[in-house]
Design a protein around this ligand. Structure first.
Ligand code: NAP
Length: 143
């Protein structure tokens, strides 16, 4: 699921089905999905449970109060509420690096030197940001 501007790009990445979230609401569906992976962590188990099939799982990326509430609510249903966290392993990073070298296009919002990490973090939190914030570490910290 993505917004209109990204539909073609997501199809090109190989998705079997793409839902434009500006045109239809995933949360309107009933018992439609085995897994809802809430990558931007903007929903909750409570809002997604209806859309899950019996035994289905809601997965978020943010360990917040809604996750705890969702896990407790899930205890009383056949559905599950889970959290996933990325652990940056060398092999995984090399795999992604290979995809980038091979031409995987990632929108870049801005670039910062590692010495300007504070500004990079501020930009990352800025809602006007479009794409990734890159921190260049190749030259390290200025001496
Ligand atoms: N657990 C972990 O290991 C881990 C690691 C990194 C990040 N995170 C968390 O993951 C979340 C996303 O991080 P990010 O850096 O990828 O954020 P991001 O760069 O801001 O990307 C958010 C994406 O979610 C989409 N989006 C925004 N609102 C949406 C909605 N209502 N429904 C569906 N999609 C929506 C945006 O699409 P549009 O451009 O169309 O709005 C955008 O593509 C954050 O909460 C972050 O804290 C977790």
């Amino acid at each position: 699921m993505c917004s209109t501007k990204d539909v073609e790009r997501v199809k090109a990445l190989g998705a079997d089905a793409v839902i434009d979230r500006k045109k239809s609401n995933l949360l309107d569906a009933e018992s439609a999905y085995d897994v809802i992976f809430d990558t931007p962590a903007v929903h909750s188990f409570g809002r997604c449970a209806k859309g899950l099939r019996p035994g289905g799982t809601y997965v978020t990326t943010l360990p917040d109060a809604a996750l705890v509430t969702g896990m407790v609510r899930a205890l009383f249903t056949s559905k599950r509420c889970r959290f996933v966290q990325v652990a940056s392993k060398r092999a995984d990073l090399e795999l992604v690096g290979g995809w980038l070298r091979d031409g995987l296009a990632v929108p870049i919002d801005s670039r910062y030197k590692v010495a300007d990490l504070g500004a990079a973090i501020q930009r990352q939190a800025d809602r006007r940001r479009v794409g990734r914030v890159v921190v260049e570490v190749a030259e390290g910290w200025p001496s």
